[in-house]
Design a protein around this ligand. Structure first.
Ligand code: ADP
Length: 394
């Protein structure tokens, strides 16, 4: 069965075509920096590897670009769109109704749309991807895997907010949790590596969106994002945790409209708001040249992560390993170093030489005598989604 996975992030699309159940990768690639004139498109098969920079304004044009690569007469891997049997879509917010992998129908699409206000950077892009894929790959089964699913195990004391009960019971105001496919995948890999299922793990997913999850005995028990994928860590363009009084101050005293505040907190804050750049690679280069905004933003970013490590260690009453994953977690030795610095009290000891080594597979980067393992685990949301698609269809 040929399964195409479409994983739309806030400004990127990752895709993989896999033969299931062997999980053989037929081709894979990414479109990064969607919305800019310098979007990077990569495409890789057994025989070809290309990276090009284009202007790619929308997710829609990104998907068109991917389709033309798949069908390309020289580098392509299919002759006709009918050769794709199923498409697995990552959808960020499934709300309370959708926790399982689901075949797409009109009702599911309506639900994804209705949840857009809760995931404004993602659900609209995810839905656009689904609509486009339905048009292009008419004969393929379309399936969604929700990011919220892995967090269905959050205990009520972690997911309920201290607001009147009616909001929880009747209006579904609660923490849902995100990046579930990634946290599930890397925590399972960590448990395999540690040879133990009954572990206390902290999984730190640092991409354009960033989140951190406490995982005990394989189950998500606390998570930094909440009702929408906006709380918690400092992200590319999202502020993460702020005192909600700021919103009222901005509206009531500074004269912002609510829409403006929403836009500002989701699209103009985080690392972008602090430095003028949202890509960590640019921020690291600027910091190395002495840009004080960039240096401070990196420190603030790591400081916020440290606080969650402390909180979740307390929540689980212990810790076996921390996991760094996703674009920043896998690639930025600087962020890992800033997070793990001065954590002796927690028995977290980073090995600087191992931290600086680059590799594309699971690696342990702690010192030998560190009680807590520090693992870098490349996430593979696409493979996890493909497995779930295959299981559903068979
Ligand atoms: P998404 O959340 O869209 O899936 P990714 O997981 O691809 O995002 O992560 C994107 C982030 O990873 C960007 O901020 C990018 O700067 C960062 N990143 C990618 N490669 C590197 C690198 N070599 N060094 C530092 N940061 C990197």
């Amino acid at each position: 069965m040929n399964v195409l996975i479409i994983n739309s992030g806030s400004s990127s699309i990752k895709y993989q075509l896999l033969e299931m159940p062997s999980a053989k990768i037929i081709c894979l690639g990414t479109i990064e920096r969607i919305g800019s004139t310098q979007a990077i498109s990569t495409y890789k098969t057994d025989t070809h590897k290309v990276e090009k920079t284009y202007e790619i304004a929308t997710h829609k044009s990104g998907l068109e670009r991917i389709t033309s690569l798949l069908l390309d007469t020289e580098m392509g891997v299919i002759d006709s769109t009918e050769e794709i049997d199923a498409i697995g879509h990552r959808v960020v917010h499934g709300g309370k109704d959708y926790v399982d992998t689901t075949l797409i129908n009109e009702e599911v699409k309506q639900k994804i749309k209705s949840l857009s206000p809760l995931a404004p950077l993602h659900n609209p892009a995810n839905l656009e991807g689904i609509l486009m894929a339905e048009e292009i790959f008419e004969s393929a089964k379309q399936i969604v895997v929700f990011d919220t699913a892995f967090h269905g195990t959050l205990p009520i004391k972690a997911k309920k907010y201290a607001v009147p009960n009616i909001l929880f019971e009747e209006k579904r105001v609660q923490a849902y949790g995100f990046h579930g496919t990634s946290h599930k995948y890397v925590s399972e890999k960590a448990n395999e590596y540690l040879g133990n299922k009954n572990t206390k793990l902290i999984s730190i997913h640092l991409g354009n969106g960033c989140s951190i999850t406490a995982i005990k005995d394989g189950k998500s028990i606390d998570h930094s994002m909440g009702f929408a994928p906006s709380n918690g860590l400092i992200m590319g363009t999202r502020s993460g945790e702020i005192d909600h009084s700021i919103i009222f101050y901005m509206v009531n005293t500074l004269g912002y409209s609510l829409d403006e505040v929403n836009e500002l907190l989701n699209k103009k804050s985080g690392m972008l708001g602090l430095t003028g750049y949202n890509d960590l690679r640019d921020i690291e280069v600027e910091a190395s040249k002495g840009n004080t905004d960039c240096i401070l933003a990196l420190e603030m970013n790591a400081y916020r992560i440290k606080k969650y490590i402390g909180a979740y260690t307390a929540t689980m009453n212990g810790l076996d390993a921390i996991i760094f994953t996703a674009g920043i977690g896998e690639n930025s030795s600087l962020i890992r170093q800033l997070v793990c610095k001065d954590m002796e009290y927690f028995n977290i000891h980073l090995d600087d030489a191992k931290n600086d080594l680059r590799a594309s597979s699971l690696r342990e980067i702690n010192k030998k005598d560190s009680e807590i393992k520090i693992l870098v685990i490349p996430t593979n949301e696409e493979l996890e989604i493909a497995k779930q698609v295959y299981t559903l269809l068979t």
